[in-house]
Structure formats: structure tokens, C-alpha cells
Design a protein around this ligand. Structure first.
Ligand SMILES: *[C@@H]1O[C@H](CO)[C@@H](O)[C@H](O)[C@H]1NC(C)=O
Ligand SMILES: *[C@@H]1O[C@H](CO)[C@@H](O)[C@H](O)[C@H]1NC(C)=O
Ligand SMILES: *[C@@H]1O[C@H](CO)[C@@H](O)[C@H](O)[C@H]1NC(C)=O
Ligand SMILES: *[C@@H]1O[C@H](CO)[C@@H](O)[C@H](O)[C@H]1NC(C)=O
Ligand SMILES: *[C@@H]1O[C@H](CO)[C@@H](O)[C@H](O)[C@H]1NC(C)=O
Ligand SMILES: *[C@@H]1O[C@H](CO)[C@@H](O)[C@H](O)[C@H]1NC(C)=O
Ligand SMILES: *[C@@H]1O[C@H](CO)[C@@H](O)[C@H](O)[C@H]1NC(C)=O
Length: 414
């Protein structure tokens, strides 16, 4: 693969495609690198359209990496139309090229400047536990780390098909380029919460969309099997910011639904269109702060009823429910807090039971302690152990194992 990488770098070393390395990163909304070359539609899904050394000091931030790249690659949106996305690849300092981790970060925002390829430079984002330690640990283990902006350039937060495609195509883009990865390198997926959406959809879409790929495993935590539950239960919650972000994300590739959504927003009063659209320009932490505890149905002229229109429900039918697009072919490690207050555990129980009934290799651990945020920390070391086993080629679990655990690593009340 070394030869192919060198050849690709040479091919791309033209002023049009290989932009000079900027000393500091520009927000994607202002960076001309975040555009496609003309004719990109003709390229195959996963084809690299642009490649650069990642700008700025990302290898100083993630100091277990020796090099970092941005790849802009062809993918397919939720309607299977040509689309594109960007991923960041970190190369470990010490490695034999045997493993690649695709790490899907829950960035949960439709702000195009909140994507990981840019936000990773912000310590407030990359330092949010456990993002920093996960990436550094993976690099220290000698794993390459792929971090896709899986909502793609359309900012389709929560659109399962788009996010699954973009995740799979980011792995294709990295493997096809090579980057000195071994020809038989193992690769696996990891994602929590919003990252579980991209990771699980990638796992279930893989057999039909990217049949040539063979993942060693997928660790999926804080799983969100049913996006509707987020929308219907967000009102009054500390995490209500996921409501405007989710509705803007779900309608990003559906102009008629977006027009309907906007038509349902009140124009006056405390919960109006202007306030709702603040979500377009904030990252997830700020969205949580702005909308905390708001009665979010109040933004709509018909309240909750506004959500029930078929133009929105159709998007959810195609992109909002895990377990209908294929059977994961790789071992899964699924972890979830029994008291998860954002996405109820019952949906994950059902999803796992469905997969078990068709022979998927699963370990599912239900943590009796903690809520959604706590489980990201509580489950982290166990997910990492699973990934070490599958990426090391020593994972030997078969069949379906469901068990309760009581793991209390963080004292976070949620
Ligand atoms: C990376 O650059 C940013 C912005 O210039 C700076 O705030 C940060 O301290 C740098 N980090 C490292 C590890 O060099
Ligand atoms: C990497 O950064 C961490 C945290 O800033 C620091 O403790 C560690 O010494 C650094 N390692 C190297 C190899 O520079
Ligand atoms: C590569 O490194 C991994 C992790 O350190 C190790 O398990 C594996 O045996 C090594 N492979 C080769 C071919 O040396
Ligand atoms: C998803 O959640 C909604 C709202 O709670 C519920 O009405 C629906 O039946 C669920 N759908 C699936 C496929 O589980
Ligand atoms: C819209 O809501 C904002 C608060 O989000 C408020 O400041 C503003 O006055 C409202 N606009 C109208 C026209 O009521
Ligand atoms: C499976 O792997 C575990 C841990 O790596 C090991 O303790 C156990 O003996 C293995 N079981 C079999 C049947 O190989
Ligand atoms: C979890 O550990 C914390 C201390 O870190 C403790 O305060 C808390 O009671 C424990 N929770 C449970 C359910 O054991």
C-alpha cells in the first residue's frame, strides 16, 4: 500500500488539489479546501478527492501521533446521491501498521464549523472526556485513528444512512490510500451516543454498501436505536438542545421537509424561529446550554403535533430506526446505562435481541449504575478492552451474551 500512497500523493500534488499546508486551520465554512473538485460525482464511493497534511498543530495536541492528514472523499447521502465528507487520520508515532480504529465522535451539531476535523484543535472539544484519552490511548497502542466528519458536508446530524455511508467511505478512503498500514491491517469501529449512530449504521449497512470491507469489530455505546424517542422526550430536559439540532440535521438533505419545518416555527413569542435557528451556529455544548430545560414543542405553531407530519416521519422511517438495513457481520460490543435518560435502554434490548436472533456475535453489557453521560466514562475501558482483542486478533467470543454489570468509575450523577 506504500506504493499506492506515494502515487496518490504525487497525483494530488497539483495546486488545484493539494493545497499548501495552512499554518493554522481555518473554519470549514471559510476554508476553500472544503469543496469538491468538479466532476467528483463520477468517482466511486470512498475515493479520495483531496488529501492534505492536517493544518495546525494537531500532532502536538495528540502527541502520540507523528503525522495527521485530512482526506476529502466521495460518499453517498441518504438518498444514495453523490455526496462528500472529510475525515482526519492520525498516524501513531510507534506502529507496525496492523490496526486502524475508526472513532466516531458525538459532535451532535449542524454547525459545519463544529465538525471534528476543525473542532479537534479546540481543547474544549478534544479535551472533553473521554475523547482526548481515547485517541491518545489508541495511538499509544500503535493504532491509526480515523475520525470522520460523518454528518458530511450536509450536516445531517442523526440521519442514519448518511452517517453510516460516510463512516464506511472514510474507512475505504484510508485503506485505499494506505498510509503504510499493513495490507492485512485489522480495522474496527467505536462510537458513543451520537457516535453510536454513525457506528451502528455503518455496521448494519456494511454488508450491502461496502461488502469488500471486513471489520474486526464494533464497540457501540449509549446506543440511540430510535431517533424519534429523542425528539418526543426532549422537552424540558437538560439535553433539549438535541431537539433543534436533530430536526435541522434530519431535514438537511430533504428540502420539502426543511421547508415544512420552517413553516411550523412561530415567528413571535419567546420560542420563535430566530431562537430555534440559533442551533445552526453552535456546537453541542453550547446547544445544551442555550436550550436547557426549554419546552421545545413551544417553538411550533401546532406544538407536538407539528412533528407528526408524514414529511418528517418519512425521514425517520428511512433513517431513524436501527436494525432494519442489514445484519452486522462483525462482533459487536454494546454498552448502555440501564438508566440512560436520553435514549431508553428498552430500544437497545430490542435491537440486541433482534440481532441475537439472527446469529450476530454480541456482548451486550447493561450497566445498572449511572446515566447517559456517566456510561461514556464507565464503559470506556471495557470498550477499549474489546477493541484491543478484536484489533489484536485474539477475540474469541461467539454467540450472544447479555449481562448486567455494575461499573462505577465516574461519580457523575447522570
Ligand atoms: C496548538 O495551537 C493552539 C492555537 O495556536 C494553542 O492554543 C495550543 O496551545 C497549541 N497546543 C499545543 C499542544 O501545542
Ligand atoms: C504528551 O502530552 C501529555 C499531556 O500534555 C504530556 O503529559 C506528555 O508528556 C506528552 N508526551 C510526549 C511524548 O510529549
Ligand atoms: C503489531 O503490533 C501489535 C500491537 O502491538 C501486535 O499485537 C502484533 O503482533 C504486531 N504485529 C506484527 C506483525 O509484528
Ligand atoms: C420509536 O419511538 C417512537 C416514540 O417513542 C415510538 O412511537 C415508535 O414505535 C418507536 N419505533 C421503533 C421502530 O421502535
Ligand atoms: C424571539 O425569541 C428570542 C429569544 O430566543 C427573543 O429575544 C426575541 O425577542 C423573539 N422575537 C420575537 C419577534 O418575538
Ligand atoms: C478466550 O480469550 C480469553 C482472554 O483473551 C482467554 O482467557 C480464554 O482462555 C480464551 N478462551 C478460549 C476458548 O480460547
Ligand atoms: C459510585 O461511586 C461514587 C464515588 O466515586 C459514590 O459516591 C456513589 O455512591 C457510587 N454509586 C453507586 C451506585 O454505587
Amino acid at each position: 500500500m506504500l506504493v499506492r500512497f506515494a502515487a496518490l500523493l504525487a497525483t494530488l500534488a497539483t495546486p488545484a488539489l493539494f493545497a499548501p499546508i495552512a499554518s493554522s486551520p481555518l473554519p470549514p465554512s471559510q476554508d476553500p479546501w472544503y469543496t469538491t473538485p468538479s466532476g467528483f460525482e463520477a468517482a466511486s464511493p470512498g475515493a479520495v478527492l483531496r488529501l492534505r497534511s492536517a493544518p495546525g498543530n494537531i500532532t502536538a495536541i495528540f502527541n502520540a501521533s507523528s503525522a495527521a492528514y485530512n482526506l476529502l472523499y466521495r460518499t453517498m447521502d441518504s438518498k444514495y446521491e453523490p455526496s462528500w465528507a472529510v475525515t482526519t487520520l492520525l498516524v501513531p508515532k510507534h506502529t507496525n501498521g496492523s490496526a486502524l480504529l475508526s472513532y466516531q465522535i458525538p459532535y451532535n451539531s449542524v454547525d459545519i464549523d463544529a465538525v471534528p476535523s476543525y473542532a479537534l484543535y479546540d481543547p474544549a472539544f478534544s479535551g472533553t472526556p473521554p475523547i482526548y484519552t481515547d485517541i491518545q490511548t489508541a495511538l499509544s497502542l500503535g493504532w491509526y485513528v480515523n475520525i470522520p466528519d460523518f454528518e458530511t458536508h450536509t450536516a445531517s446530524f442523526g440521519v442514519g444512512v448518511t452517517e453510516g455511508h460516510a463512516t464506511l467511505d472514510s474507512v475505504r478512503a484510508v485503506l485505499d490510500t494506505g498510509f503504510d498500514l499493513a495490507a492485512n491491517a485489522r480495522y474496527a469501529l467505536w462510537g458513543y451516543s451520537g457516535g453510536s449512530i454513525a457506528s451502528e449504521w455503518a455496521a448494519e449497512l456494511q454488508a450491502q454498501y461496502a461488502p469488500e470491507l471486513s471489520f474486526a469489530g464494533a464497540a457501540i455505546g449509549g446506543t440511540v436505536p430510535n431517533t424519534s424517542t429523542i425528539l418526543t422526550q426532549a422537552a424540558g430536559q437538560w439535553w433539549a438542545g438535541l431537539f433543534p439540532e436533530g430536526l435541522l440535521g434530519l431535514t438537511a438533505e430533504y428540502p420539502a421537509a426543511r421547508a415544512y419545518l420552517l413553516s411550523q416555527l412561530k415567528t413571535t413569542g419567546p420560542f420563535n424561529r430566530t431562537g430555534f435557528l440559533v442551533a445552526e451556529n453552535v456546537g453541542v455544548e453550547e446547544a445544551f446550554a442555550v436550550y436547557a430545560n426549554q419546552p421545545v414543542f413551544e417553538y411550533f405553531v401546532n406544538g407536538y403535533e407539528s412533528l407528526l407530519d408524514p414529511v418528517l416521519q418519512d425521514i425517520l422511517d428511512n433513517n431513524g430506526y436501527m436494525g432494519y438495513h442489514g445484519i452486522p457481520q462483525m462482533p459487536l460490543y454494546v454498552y448502555k446505562a440501564a438508566q440512560d435518560e436520553i435514549a431508553p435502554i428498552e430500544g437497545v434490548d430490542e435491537l440486541v435481541s433482534k440481532y441475537c436472533s439472527v446469529g450476530v456475535n454480541i456482548v451486550y453489557e447493561r450497566n445498572t449504575i449511572g446515566g447517559h453521560l456517566a456510561e461514556e466514562i464507565n464503559g470506556d475501558a471495557r470498550a477499549l478492552r474489546f477493541l484491543q482483542a478484536v484489533l489484536g486478533g485474539v477475540y474469541n467470543h461467539t454467540g450472544c451474551t447479555v449481562r448486567n454489570v455494575a461499573v462505577n468509575i465516574t461519580d457523575s450523577p447522570m
